[in-house]
Design a binder for this molecule. Structure first.
Ligand code: DGL
Length: 270
């Protein structure tokens, strides 16, 4: 069945970090209903094998299709890096499949003719070399420097932001000599928009720090417009599911969505 305009926007992440993308979608497309799934039962994806991440992504796509979503938006860089092609094949035209890597790659490759681009993300995202390969397909003159920054996710989740501890961790990673002279830094993880200003400050605002959330929301809007799939009128209440519930997720969800979120537990893995 072809997707239709009245259906909700479906998106998923390994946890609640993808709510940064959900928040941008809500701001840009307030008429759309959102169905979000955070796979907290398997969190973090960044340390899992790509085989496991692909398996999770397929099953969650089925859930979003059962929920009648018109999109399966992979709002997780790790899953976007290793599972996008597989999800496209699995969904087979029943919904629009989007990821958080391609819109950013496309934007950066067009914006800069050459020079050095840095990419930071989880081990899974960086080891997959997806950003590097995709940027070089569009612009072979850009030099891409990638680095896994795995401490950032627990650091942000534990609330160490805009303080001495996070400044020290940011400095420890980003003073790496390979980053000298970058004109752009891609934040290749859904959590990192939370520390965007802090990273910009670290570079004395001399580096273009790219956060996917708004870019992806615009890409979604363009796609819906082109396919005449924009919903009109008032949206129904959003639905937010997580596969493992603790009050802690509720607390940090608020930080990523920038307002209170009512999370429902739904675990189809057990
Ligand atoms: N959501 C993941 C990402 O964007 C980060 C957290 C994780 O490792 O699961 O890569």
């Amino acid at each position: 069945m072809q997707p239709e305009a009245h259906q909700p926007i479906g998106l998923f992440d390994s946890g609640v970090g993808g709510l940064t993308v959900a928040h941008s979608i809500q701001s840009l497309l307030p008429q759309e209903k959102i169905i979000y799934f955070g796979d907290t039962f398997h969190l973090p994806y960044g340390d899992k094998s790509s085989e496991s991440v692909r398996y999770y992504a397929r099953r969650i796509s089925d859930f979003l299709l059962e929920k009648n979503c018109k999109t399966v938006l992979i709002a997780c860089n790790t899953a976007s890096s290793s599972a996008y092609d597989e999800v496209v094949e699995h969904v087979a035209g029943r919904a629009i499949v989007l990821n958080v890597v391609d819109p950013v790659v496309s934007m950066v490759s067009k914006k800069h003719a050459d020079g050095k681009v840095g990419v930071i993300g989880t081990k899974g995202t960086i080891n997959s070399q997806t950003y590097q390969q995709k940027i070089h397909q569009l612009n072979a003159s850009l030099e891409v420097i990638s680095m896994a920054t795995p401490l950032f996710v627990p650091m942000i989740e534990e609330g160490f932001i805009y303080d001495d501890i996070s400044n020290a961790i940011i400095r420890a990673y980003l003073t790496d000599k390979r980053f000298t002279g970058i004109h752009t830094l891609i934040l290749g993880c859904t959590h990192y928009p939370i520390i965007k200003r802090q990273i910009e400050k670290f570079f004395n605002f001399g580096v273009d720090v790219i956060d996917a959330a708004n870019i992806v929301a615009h890409e979604l809007k363009t796609t819906l417009e082109e396919m005449e799939l924009m919903h009109t009128g008032k949206p129904d209440r959003h639905e937010f599911y997580i596969s493992d519930y603790t009050p802690y997720f509720e607390k940090i969800a608020k930080m990523f969505f920038e307002s209170a979120v009512q999370l429902e537990q739904l675990n189809f893995w057990k």
